[in-house]
Design a protein around this ligand. Structure first.
Ligand code: FMN
Length: 310
């Protein structure tokens, strides 16, 4: 299968294939390198980086659920300075397109991180996390109001230099297309969807929530059909017309899952929770997509994007 070409264009980048690792599930750089050759990926998205280091939420901050998991990590991360000193030198050697996921409590914090990183050659783009459900200040609050989404997207785009800007959307809104349109109006080069759903697990002995944060973000196979639906909705209502690519994610486990997202309208896909279950799943998904393209005689995989039939 080695020679089957599944390269794709993504917001002006040429990727070897449409498979990314999703933010928060693959570390900052080479944490998954013991499990598979990271250079096989089309793209790599770092854990969210904030201007200063963050300890995140107290434990317990992860709990398994039927077909998924809840996390309330709370954007724990090493901070911008350590990221530049320790991780950028590793990322400089990466073949996949590297996207740094940026989070913050204020618009100025997002701007500071983007501005500083805009000079780094190792980075192809930024993923703007305005959809984290697990922090009290910032996070999702920036991603639920169209005016706020426009403001933050425009401000970050203005300091991003030649970096691609993808805006990561929360599913916890009445109309995700309204939010997607706001991001596109403000100059987003791509849209990432979806982030996790706010959810809760209760311990019936203590009658308390299992997570110290009370709630967490639901991810994994449980959310996949909703994610596929939302990708298709945003593709039909916003992305197709605007010619803005979608990075689809939410519960992807196999190549067929990834292909479902592509048919729904995604130009590329990201694998998140499943990296914890099967850390080499991305490699298998890439091989599976090649197999599908070979069997279906698809020579340009981007032609499969948005081919859902009625
Ligand atoms: C443990 C964990 C940590 C995450 N951390 C981040 C993060 O730092 N920034 C972010 O934008 N998304 C984060 N996410 C969300 C994922 O990138 C992804 O959008 C979501 O989990 C849906 O994909 P999945 O079902 O394949 O995991 C995290 C998800 C998990 C499970």
């Amino acid at each position: 299968m080695e020679n089957t070409d599944i390269s794709v264009g993504f917001a002006g980048l040429k990727l070897a294939n449409p498979v990314f690792t999703a933010s928060g599930t693959c570390g900052y750089a080479d944490e998954l390198a013991d499990f598979f050759d990271i250079n096989l990926l089309g793209g790599f998205i770092t854990k969210s980086i904030t201007a200063s280091p963050k300890k995140g939420n107290p434990d317990p901050r992860i709990v398994e659920t039927d077909s998924g998991m809840l996390n309330a990590i709370g954007l724990a991360n090493i901070g911008l300075q350590r990221f530049i000193e320790e991780k950028i030198p590793i990322l400089e050697k990466f073949k996949p397109a590297v996207f740094v996921n940026i989070a913050g409590q204020t618009i100025d914090e997002y701007i500071a991180v983007a501005e500083k990183l805009s000079k780094e050659k190792a980075i192809a783009g930024f993923e703007l996390n305005i959809s984290c459900p697990n922090v009290k200040k910032g996070g999702i609050t920036f991603g639920t109001e169209p005016e706020q989404v426009e403001q933050i997207t425009r401000a970050v785009k203005a300091v991003s230099g030649d970096k691609i800007l993808t805006v990561k959307l929360t599913p916890s809104v009445t109309d995700i297309s309204e939010i997607a349109q706001a991001a596109v109006n403000a100059g987003a080069d791509a849209l990432s969807l979806i982030n996790t759903f706010t959810a809760m697990v209760i311990d019936i002995e203590t009658q308390k929530p299992v997570l110290a944060n009370r709630t967490g973000g639901l991810s994994g196979p449980a959310i996949k059909p909703i994610a596929v639906y939302l990708v298709n909705k945003v593709y039909n209502e916003v992305a197709k017309k605007a010619k803005v690519p979608i990075l689809g994610m939410g519960g992807i486990r196999t190549a067929s899952d990834a292909i479902e997202f592509i048919i729904a309208g995604a130009a590329a896909v990201a694998v998140g929770t499943w990296n914890f279950i099967e850390p080499d799943s991305c490699e298998k998904i890439i091989e599976g997509i090649k197999q599908y393209c070979k069997e279906k005689k698809i020579s340009i995989i981007s032609e499969l994007t948005g081919t859902l039939k009625s």
